[in-house]
Design a protein around this ligand. Structure first.
Ligand SMILES: Cc1cc2nc3c(=O)[nH]c(=O)nc-3n(C[C@H](O)[C@H](O)[C@H](O)COP(=O)(O)O)c2cc1C
Length: 255
């Protein structure tokens, strides 16, 4: 299998980079091929702007969606974006590794998504509007996994913890960014208190990470409900008889 590791941390001694190193070692030992995107190391352009469209359709008004669709369809995206899309399309699994910054991914990684998730590929797939989304689309058949270094303690992210549960905080990434274009998303791997781990804590985190990597192609993905699986009869809203006791984000995960 081929695995793409995308990470966002400039410091080699960080826990994030440590997890990247372990992933390379474990996945190679399993015989998988590795591709990497070290976003700081690549000096990745984080900001999605007019420079992303060297051959504009409309010079008068910058419509990101229109220009993204045109650039993707006509082979006039920037080379850095094309290269990342090639890597994802070649990958059987994509692992995003990052420190939790303000309850999300660092801007450089958000900018990677903004720029690489082109219209016609990750959304508006096949020119069919929203016909293919949530479980189907340009990245269908690939697995995705987040490995997140969390500064705060696990209690703060527990079911009634003050920050809110991590799986809900990361829902816009797992569901909105990865499942939307069709990836099967595995439960997030998190290292809590990652800035202040002692040697034992770091060793425990490394061992847990190894176990997750070894099961990358075996673990059950999060049971997000696919748009076209019948739970959303009008492709917008859950049917009345589904998850009757639930509203909000968690209603979109099957029991
Ligand atoms: C800009 C910034 C924002 C942060 N936001 C959060 C946060 O929302 N929640 C949290 O638990 N820790 C937060 N932290 C702490 C980081 O998650 C922590 O420093 C990091 O996981 C340490 O691991 P590293 O060695 O890989 O950087 C933040 C740190 C920075 C610098």
């Amino acid at each position: 299998m081929k695995v793409l590791l995308v990470h966002a941390h400039p410091e080699q001694t960080s826990m994030t980079c440590h997890l990247v190193g372990i992933a390379i070692e474990v996945l190679k030992a399993q015989g998988h091929g590795i591709m990497q995107s070290d976003l700081y190391g690549m000096n990745w352009k984080a900001v999605f702007d007019g420079r992303d469209f060297p051959s504009r359709v409309n010079q008068d008004r910058l419509s990101f969606i229109d220009e993204s669709g045109h650039a993707f369809a006509n082979g006039c995206q920037t080379p850095d974006v094309e290269q990342e899309q090639r890597k994802i399309l070649a990958a059987d699994a994509v692992i995003l590794l990052f420190p939790l910054w303000w309850f999300g991914m660092p801007a450089i990684m958000k900018g990677w998504v903004d720029r690489v998730w082109a219209f016609g590929l990750a959304y508006g797939y096949e020119g069919a509007g929203n016909a293919y989304r949530y479980g189907e689309g340009g990245f269908a058949g690939k697995r995705a996994l987040l490995a997140v270094c969390v500064g705060g303690p696990a209690q703060d992210y527990s079911a009634r913890g003050i920050n809110g549960p991590l799986e809900q905080l990361l829902f816009p990434i797992t569901h909105g960014t990865l499942f939307f274009p069709g990836m099967q998303v595995l439960p997030t791997f998190a290292v809590y208190g990652s800035g202040r781990l002692d040697a034992e804590g770091a060793a425990d985190a490394a061992a847990a990470w190894r176990r997750r990597l070894e099961r990358l192609f075996e673990d059950q993905p999060i049971a997000f409900r696919p748009q076209n699986g019948g739970d959303y009869p009008d492709h917008h809203v859950l049917a009345d008889h589904i998850a009757t006791d639930r509203t909000g984000l968690m209603a979109h995960i099957a029991d």
